[in-house]
Design a protein around this ligand. Structure first.
Ligand code: FES
Length: 166
């Protein structure tokens, strides 16, 4: 009985997640080298990485949860809280700032009713800040899901939100 209870307390990665993580591990000399990939894999399956998921990944990679937490915190595309179906990552580094990302942020807030770090009540969009996305010459820049949007203006936003982030 106590063994059973213990089992339910141990967070378990799904067989698919383990298979994908192990496939990454097979290419590297030590397990912890795939920390970011493993976090991304679990996030792709679950939408975000809970504390339980993080502990399960850490155990699988034979590293401490603290070490993995450090990686997850440093890599800001890993979500440690639940997010909406479409995550808007608005770049607020220098080039995008010069090109008016604050304005865009205000427009997003106006159109979707959310501030940075918030999710729309219908769970469709989460707005998060991100550091330079490497497309400074096309500033202001943001990502919605996997898609990079360059030279973003009010029109881009209206179109995007009308189409539900597609
Ligand atoms: S500063 Fe925004 S993409 Fe580089």
């Amino acid at each position: 009985m106590s063994g059973q209870m213990e089992t339910t307390l141990i967070p378990v990665l799904s067989p698919e997640e383990i298979a994908e993580i192990d496939a990454e591990i097979s290419h590297v000399p030590y397990r912890s080298a795939v920390a970011i990939d493993a976090l991304k894999i679990v996030q792709a399956h679950r939408g975000w990485v809970s504390d339980e998921s993080l502990r399960a990944i850490a155990r699988h990679l034979e590293m401490s949860a603290e070490e993995l937490e450090g990686v997850a915190t440093f890599y800001n595309l890993i979500f440690r809280r639940p997010v909406g179906d479409n995550v808007i990552l608005l770049c607020n580094s220098i080039s995008c700032w010069i090109k008016g990302c604050e304005n865009l942020q205000a427009k997003i807030t106006e159109q979707l009713g959310i501030n940075l770090g918030e999710t729309t009540p219908d769970n469709q969009f989460t707005l998060l800040p991100v550091t330079c996305l490497g497309a400074c010459d096309k500033a202001p820049v943001m990502m919605v899901g996997d898609a990079l949007h360059e030279n973003v203006d009010a029109e881009t936003l209206t179109k995007l939100f009308r189409e539900g982030g597609e």
